[in-house]
Design a protein around this ligand. Structure first.
Ligand code: HMG
Ligand code: MG
Length: 320
């Protein structure tokens, strides 16, 4: 029998905040993670070990990881905290913190958290150049030792592929077969999961379906795939429905619909966690997430950073 449990990965603290121009205090970021941890979420992407020259907003990610290890946020269930690491330098920065802060056993209401790493490839050459300053082939060569070292350290490793349904520089000219090929390469390197990023929100229902069929044809299992939809064109939940029909059970979202990608001009936020949870629950799926609690976090963080709340469900529930 098919399980009705879906996994929602909260990417607000990383994808949601990375594009903000004014530096958000690290205390606010930590408070966001702590508030999210109390909502029932079990996967929270909390930071990014990238070059601070490229993405200044993520510069304090080391402090966030240290804090999580020293003071595991209160939560009902153990939470996996993910951090991006694009190269050996990012990996070493993350590992040195992990090694110098042996994870404290969570006490009482603070179960022991785990840490995950994420590498991030892209499906087009031009986006890879803009985002990582190298070719696709070179990026894969750099990820191989990062994935291996992460696995050797006992960490779960996620591998993103960006611009899978449209590229800011190459438009709709993204080949689903190429995406599937990169996915297979990353799985062979030892990645535990592939997250397919619709970075630009250009994805449509038929193109999502076509992409997932190509993934299946290449031998990818649906349980190894997560979908990461940005809602720039308002199609994220439609594409989510198509993904569910294709057996995908893992979805990324960001509280308050925060977000954008610094190397994807005009892209807006990820689909909001509030809308995602509401959508799943109306379908009879279980998320384990308390919708009202996430709505409150979305309202709090958007006010805190001076943005409007981009979640339809959040606004509807607050205005009720
Ligand atoms: P580069 O300039 O080619 O790197 O950038 P480099 O190796 O030549 O190093 C240049 C300098 O950066 C050196 O410092 C390095 O030490 C330093 P200097 O000697 O000049 O003082 N450096 C680093 N510092 C800290 N952490 C590091 C690191 N690496 C080098 N890890 C690089 C190459 C990959 C570093 C750069 O392009 C970069 O950081 N890119 C990250 C871009 C990014 O974060 N994009 C957003 C995340 S992806 C995304 O949002 C999409 C996603 O949400 C899915 C979707 O929506 O599709 C995941
Ligand atoms: Mg993204």
């Amino acid at each position: 029998t098919k399980s009705n449990k879906v996994r929602i990965v909260e990417v607000g603290p990383r994808d949601g905040l990375q594009n903000e121009k004014t530096v958000i205090p690290v205390t606010t970021k930590i408070e966001l993670v702590e508030k999210l941890a109390k909502t029932g979420l079990r996967d929270i992407e909390a930071g990014s070990f990238v070059s601070p020259k490229w993405v200044p907003q993520m510069a304090a990610s080391n402090e966030i990881l240290e804090y999580i290890l020293k003071y595991p946020p209160q939560a009902r269930d153990p939470i996996a905290y993910a951090f991006l690491a694009p190269n050996s330098k990012g990996l070493e920065n993350a590992l040195s913190i992990l090694r110098s802060h042996p994870q404290a056993e969570g006490e009482g209401e603070c179960p022991k958290p785990t840490v995950e790493l994420s590498v991030f490839a892209a499906a087009t050459e031009s986006f890879t150049q803009k985002n990582l300053n190298c070719s696709i082939a070179e990026s894969l060569k750099r990820f191989e030792p990062v994935i291996k070292a992460g696995k050797d350290e006992g960490l779960r490793v996620r591998a993103y592929i960006s611009v899978v349904l449209g590229c800011p520089f190459e438009g709709y000219d993204v080949d689903p077969k190429k995406v599937a090929e990169i996915a297979c390469d990353l799985m062979e390197m030892g990645a535990d999961e592939i997250a397919l990023g619709d970075t630009t929100g250009m994805g449509t229902a038929p193109r999502t379906s076509e992409l997932l069929k190509a993934m299946k044809a290449a031998g990818m299992r649906s349980e190894d795939v997560a979908m990461h939809f940005h809602d720039t064109y308002g199609q994220a939940l439609v594409n989510t429905a198509v993904s569910l029909e294709n057996g995908i059970m893992s979805f990324d979202s960001s509280v308050g619909g925060l977000g954008g990608c610094p190397y994807s001009p005009g892209a807006t936020g990820n689909v909001s966690t509030e809308d995602m949870v509401y959508f799943m629950e109306t379908l009879g799926m279980t998320t384990g997430i308390n919708l009202d609690a996430v709505v409150d976090v979305g309202e709090w963080i958007t006010k805190e950073i001076g943005k409007s709340n981009a979640s339809s469900v959040g606004k509807a529930i607050l205005g009720r």
